[in-house]
Design a protein around this ligand. Structure first.
Ligand code: HEM
Length: 263
């Protein structure tokens, strides 16, 4: 672990050093998170007139921010797309519906932001994949004071686990077909799907610590899926074994061998 941590630090440090040099040379690098972070940090330090000022972020803090965004943002969206390809291979009729919608909106052109947010079928599919295969299978919380939860009184220091995966599969909420892939349950939006707004669908968490990257992740997934659908038909290889399992995020244990065929 320590070796990996050192490697990641060195990698991020070299990216930061390059960026800082570019900013000092007057090149604009503001169009991504690291650029924004470094520019605002440098400005802050300049204004305070003291590079040791506690107002700016330290290099270690910038590194930690980069690690948070990279590790929380990369793996989660990647497994979401992986499960989407698996599920659409298992349900070719939904693959066709999604492709029809994408071609109707974009034809062969690169999808744009406005139209991506208007994709209805693709959104229903992605929600249903997030329900069945939530990349984060549970949330963990620790009580810091006495908490009254219904008729339970929980003392401070208790670790609570909110099992997203189980709640997403509960037949009492979703009906007897809870384990089936049925994107139509999201046809009228999330609140209708969850029995009039019960808090039963929360792949991105909930409350003050809800995923900060939620909109970005959905946009990224829709963009990637649309571009795949525009160019390829896909199906599972005969080697595929369905075995969802968790190491931090929910993965297919033996990978996702998918065969692509150009359209
Ligand atoms: C499908 C993709 C994603 C899923 C399923 C997901 C899921 C989650 C969940 C469940 C939480 C809440 C954790 C908790 O309450 O304990 C969370 C928090 C967070 N996510 Fe995501 N996430 C995704 C994509 C992203 C992306 C793309 C980014 C950044 C670019 C990101 C950045 C974060 C950050 C920084 C937090 C912590 C927020 C806070 O504590 O205030 N996530 N995510």
């Amino acid at each position: 672990m320590k070796q990996i941590a050192r490697e990641v630090r060195t990698l991020v440090m070299s990216i930061i050093a390059k960026r800082e040099k570019a900013i000092q040379n007057g090149e604009t690098t503001k169009d991504d998170l690291l650029g924004l972070l470094l520019e605002s940090n440098m400005r802050e330090k300049e204004q305070k007139g003291n590079s040791d000022s506690i107002q700016g972020m330290t290099t270690d803090e910038v590194i930690e921010e980069c690690k948070t965004f990279y590790f929380t943002g990369q793996e989660t969206t990647s497994v979401l797309l992986t499960w989407t390809l698996i599920v659409l291979s298992m349900h070719p009729e939904w693959q066709e519906k999604a492709r029809d919608e994408v071609l109707q909106h974009f034809g062969g052109k690169k999808p744009n932001f406005d139209s991506l947010s208007r994709l209805k079928i693709v959104t229903m599919i992605i929600y249903e994949v997030l329900r069945l295969y939530p990349p984060a299978v549970m949330l963990t919380r620790c009580t810091y004071k006495i908490i009254q939860l219904g008729n339970l009184t929980i003392p401070p220091g208790v670790l609570l686990r909110l099992p997203i995966l189980f709640i997403h599969h509960d037949p009492e909420i979703w009906g007897p077909d809870a384990t089936e892939f049925k994107p139509t349950r999201f046809a009228e939006g999330i609140s209708t799907a969850t029995n009039n707004g019960q808090l039963a669908f929360f792949p991105f968490g909930w409350g003050p610590r809800i995923c900060i990257g939620q909109n970005y992740a959905l946009l990224e997934a829709k963009m990637a899926l649309s571009m795949i659908l525009q160019h390829f038909k896909f199906g599972l290889s005969e080697n595929y074994q369905h075995a969802p399992y968790t190491i931090i995020t929910l993965h297919p244990e033996y990978g996702a061998p998918v065969k692509f065929q150009t359209l």
